[in-house]
Ligand binder design. Structure first.
Ligand SMILES: Nc1nc2c(c(=O)[nH]1)N[C@H]1C(S)=C(S)[C@@H](COP(=O)(O)O)O[C@H]1N2
Ligand SMILES: [Mo]
Length: 505
């Protein structure tokens, strides 16, 4: 504060900036606490993040996934926090005499949070209480601290009030976090116990992978399974709160509870899931033993009506997918409502309590996690999440292959090259490699476990000292050989031959 009585009182820059930051933190803390009761995605910070994900143009999302992979969401949240803090400091600095600029800033932030919550498909109107709490707390704290500080920063009430505001915001935020996660999906998951299928998948033979040559293991451990979704806050659903409703063009609407599904005879299938955003040579592919029930059985019970074309599935978090009806009714496909993965209940981030798994289709048209609703309908009537954003309606997984080894520098001579190939539903017929643009030579294939899973391959190639280029291509049992033509992941999956270089010496 200025000591010159002729001047109107003015806050020092650090104090003014601090008021902006504390008001922001108080607003977020209050919103987080209320969100614990009305839905975790209503917490204004996450709501704005989720809205940002939904409105982000495709090219930027692709860039984010390319650059940051599965850490894309952590990068988004960190970026948002930095921007928000900078704006809060700016708003504080603009309010060194009068509180008006800061109050306007808090108001704009509150309204933004409100808009973000109001436009979330998974949140009802009561969720607006969270941004309203943020708005009220932010305005009150800003006005209060501003007044105290103008009365004299060096007076003890001002300093005490600052501490009270910080402590209050912290307590609110932590309490919100504790209450929000006390729904305890993880406890519910542990209570499920091991899942024992009535029909087990065949055991995985020793020759199913070439991990010793650098391929991944045939079954991906749950902790290593790739993860792709739009959820900033992973939905926490307890089995007792979960149900699956089927409706639309069916003879009978049915709602199944967790025990309805859990108590059916369970089947187990080994399936390789793959993301359409997987670039040539990319990591978004993994394999697991999924346990669940046949979707064809569930659809039969409901009675599909003529004219239906897609099964439009909706997740707990509002995300949607559209699957061609035939992929779910055709028993040869083996589409499942999965509740288990590698013997355990689904991990929370892979869709606990239940998700869809459709062998042969990319995840965005089939693999709805935290699934709550199946609507049997037409393509005209419903447009799923990624179709609204320019991706293809029909998205069978493309026949592809990837080189996993060698990397870096190896000893010259005979060099072992190894990797994976996949042609879900069709099966891999052969894999070939070519060194330094030379002729294609066939690779050894691993024992086939199922056509719905990847196959591993290896080959030995001659490599004199120097740099070498290796390419791979797979041919599936329909006779199709992977095209050399390079296509981007948009709109229905990348194509091209994976090519690597290594050095021999
Ligand atoms: N609720 C929900 N389910 C979803 C998604 C999502 O964003 N939200 N992404 C889909 C996509 S694009 C893929 S590739 C798979 C990935 O499943 P995983 O994370 O278990 O590997 O989940 C699908 N299911
Ligand atoms: Mo995906």
């Amino acid at each position: 504060m200025s000591t010159n009585p002729a001047q109107p009182p003015r806050l020092s820059a650090p104090v003014a900036g601090l008021i902006g930051v504390i008001a922001l933190v108080a607003a977020l803390g209050a919103g987080h606490l209320v969100a614990a009761f009305v839905g975790p995605n209503a917490s204004p910070f996450f709501a704005v993040g989720n809205a940002a994900i939904d409105v982000t143009p495709e090219w930027l999302k692709d860039f984010a996934v390319d650059a940051f992979g599965t850490a894309d969401k952590a990068v988004l949240l960190t970026g948002m926090a930095v921007v928000a803090l900078a704006l809060a400091v700016g708003a504080g600095l603009a309010s060194r005499r009068r509180p008006a600029p800061g109050l306007v800033f808090v108001f704009v932030v509150g309204v933004l949070g409100g808009v973000a919550v109001a436009t979330r498909p998974d949140l009802g109107q009561v969720a607006l209480l969270a941004p309203v709490a943020s708005l009220v707390a932010g305005l009150a704290v800003f006005a209060w601290l501003h007044r105290s500080a103008l009365d004299g920063w060096h007076e003890s009430p001002a300093r005490r009030n600052f501490l009270i505001a910080v402590a209050g915001a912290g307590v609110a935020g932590v309490a919100g976090q504790l209450i929000g996660t006390s729904k305890d999906a993880e406890g519910s998951r542990r209570a499920v116990g091991p899942l024992v299928p009535a029909r087990t998948a065949p055991p995985v033979p020793a020759g199913a992978d070439f991990a010793k040559f650098g391929t991944p293991p045939f079954l991906t451990p749950n902790a290593d399974f790739y993860r792709i979704d739009t959820a900033l806050v992973v939905p926490q659903v307890r089995t007792e709160d979960w149900s699956l409703r089927i409706h639309g063009m069916v003879d009978r609407e049915i709602t199944w509870s967790w025990s309805d599904i859990r108590d059916r005879p369970l089947v187990e299938r080994i399936v390789t899931l793959c993301c359409v955003s997987n670039p040539v040579g990319g990591p978004y592919i993994s394999t697991a033993r999924f346990i669940g029930v046949d979707l064809a059985d569930l659809l039969d019970e409901a009675g599909v009506q003529p004219g239906a074309e897609q099964v439009f599935s909706t997740s707990e978090d509002g995300w949607t997918a559209g699957t061609p009806l035939s992929a779910m009714t055709d028993r040869g496909v083996g589409a499942m409502l999965a509740i288990g993965m590698n013997g355990e209940p689904l991990p929370i981030e892979h869709g606990f309590p239940a998700r869809l798994v459709v062998p042969g289709l990319y995840g965005y048209v089939s693999a709805t996690k935290w699934v709550r609703e199946l609507e049997v309908t037409t393509w005209d009537a419903r447009t799923p999440y990624w179709l609204e954003r320019g991706w293809a309606e029909q998205a069978p997984i493309k026949t592809e292959s990837r080189i996993d080894a060698p990397h870096g520098t190896v000893a010259a001579g005979q060099v072992r090259v190894a990797g994976i190939a996949w042609a879900q539903h069709t099966g891999i017929d052969r894999v070939e490699v070519s060194v330094d643009q030379g002729p294609w030579v066939p690779a050894e294939l691993s024992t086939e476990v199922t056509v719905d899973a990847w196959r591993m391959w290896w080959a030995e190639v001659p490599a004199a000292p120097g740099n070498h280029l290796v390419r791979v291509r797979a041919t599936d049992r329909s006779g199709y050989t992977q095209t050399e033509r390079i296509a981007d992941v948009v709109p229905d999956g990348a194509t091209g031959w994976h090519t690597i270089t290594f050095a021999a010496r």
